[in-house]
Design a protein around this ligand. Structure first.
Ligand SMILES: [Zn+2]
Length: 104
């Protein structure tokens, strides 16, 4: 789940695992799970859940049963997302620099 925390008066976006509710702080060890709420025919859409790889991912897959629609590496998903909102590497570098400078 996407959330935010206020830390020292600053907004800090975070991702939490939809299985254990703990914070996800390492994209390399985490995944997104596709959860469809519509019949899988033609063009359709669904929701995205987040999970730690391993037990959390396995548990979500089992909980969703026939609504489970696959999973993706979190790193890969974030690259798709940045592409789909036309965020360039230059934009990301500027934003990351700002984040490091401000501690967000
Ligand atoms: Zn978890």
């Amino acid at each position: 789940m996407l959330k935010y925390k206020i830390i020292e008066g600053k907004v800090s976006p975070i991702i939490t695992c939809d299985n254990c509710n703990s914070r996800i702080d390492n994209a390399g060890t985490s995944a997104v799970v596709y959860h469809t709420t519509f019949p899988k025919e033609g063009d359709y859409e669904g929701q995205v859940l987040f999970a730690h790889k391993g037990t959390c991912l396995d548990t979500l897959e089992q909980k969703l049963a026939d609504r489970y629609d696959g999973w993706e590496e979190l790193e890969r998903f974030l690259s798709f997302l940045t592409h789909n909102v036309k965020l360039t590497s230059e934009n990301i570098n500027d934003t990351l620099k700002f984040n490091w400078e401000t501690g967000i």
